[in-house]
Design a protein around this ligand. Structure first.
Ligand code: GRG
Length: 296
């Protein structure tokens, strides 16, 4: 990793990811209104934290920019699809996302469903493109990792558990499980994709996955704390959605101070998982602290 400050590195990654997504979407001409809705859901906003996780992990192994950029953009397309679908009237019924109307408000719910579907499927097309990722085994392992992280053993399962939590009381274990799947799975997958691109050995990949699990936990607990402590109107985020819907979160069960303790523990465990990586992994250590300390 370069020694540029964290914010500069994250901004550079966001810019590269945006440019990649613009070019990729410009190449889709079969149904212009669909591509416009995909642009609305994927471009012009978003912190691009997940591509940065792929990049930071891949750079530990000297992976080329072309490869980690493609893998990070694919992961971001899946993340954007999840937000587009999550905002739908039959899910969270949100009107604003990233400071602008949600895709279903700007277009209509049917097109928002299809734009989400198209972002999801296009992500996998990116990962199978030999012009972007040279080695065929790497491509197929990336596809498998993203399918696990995003599908019925990952994010989609988490979303279902979250919806079930609206009608039944979740205990702490249920909440940890739901969050590890709904938000944590894609974060973990980002770090894992870097390890796959780097052809990391089994132990090295497992250490990075362990870091990713704790990074996902830190991200979600920080989000729950922000829901009750911060005002994020300016960002177009629905403030305290879980609070508003009376959903159980770690904060509602343990209080803000209790949640902060769990958050600090997750950060420590994540950093400990990187013990074997030395100075090269400093950016991942900064990143997990950034997750814990973020203000939006
Ligand atoms: C619809 C299958 C399906 C899944 C949806 C991730 C998800 C599951 C829903 C998103 C709802 C939500 C607000 C989850 C909490 C995690 C969170 C704050 C996600 C937003 O991620 P950021 O902060 O967003 O990285 P940006 O806009 O920066 O990309």
């Amino acid at each position: 990793m370069t020694s540029a400050p964290f914010d500069t590195q994250l901004a550079a990654c966001a810019q590269r990811t945006e440019a990649f997504l613009i070019a990729r979407l410009d190449g889709l001409t079969a149904a212009p209104r669909l591509t416009d809705a995909m642009r609305h859901g994927a471009l012009g906003g978003g912190k691009r934290l997940r591509p940065f996780l792929v990049e930071a992990s891949a750079r530990l192994f000297g992976v080329e920019e072309r490869e980690y950029l493609a893998a990070g953009a694919a992961l971001e397309m899946v993340h954007c699809y999840s937000l587009v679908h999550d905002d739908l009237p039959d899910m969270d019924n949100d009107h604003l996302r990233r400071g602008k109307p949600t895709v279903w408000k700007a277009y209509d719910p049917a097109l928002a469903i299809l734009a989400g579907d198209a972002l999801l499927t296009e992500a996998f097309r990116v990962l199978t493109d030999p012009q972007l990722i040279a080695d065929s085994e790497t491509r197929s392992e990336l596809v498998a990792a993203l399918a696990v992280g995003s599908g019925p053993d990952g994010m989609v399962a988490g979303q279902v558990l979250d919806i079930e939590g609206e009608t039944k009381r979740l205990d702490e274990d249920d909440i940890f499980k739901m969050q590890a799947l709904k938000t944590g799975a894609l974060i973990r997958t980002g770090v894992e994709m870097g390890a796959i691109l780097g052809r990391a050995d089994v132990e090295t990949r497992a250490a990075l996955v362990l870091y990713g699990v704790h990074a996902g936990l830190a991200f979600q607990i920080a989000d729950d704390i922000l829901d009750v402590t911060a005002s994020s109107h300016a960002l177009g985020k629905t403030v305290g959605k879980d609070v508003e819907q009376n959903k159980s979160t770690i904060v509602s069960l343990r209080g803000v101070d209790g949640a902060r303790e769990i958050l600090e523990h997750a950060v420590e465990q994540g950093i400990r998982a990187l013990n074997g990586f030395g100075q090269d992994a400093e950016i991942l250590r900064i990143l997990i602290r950034h997750f814990a300390e973020r203000e939006h």
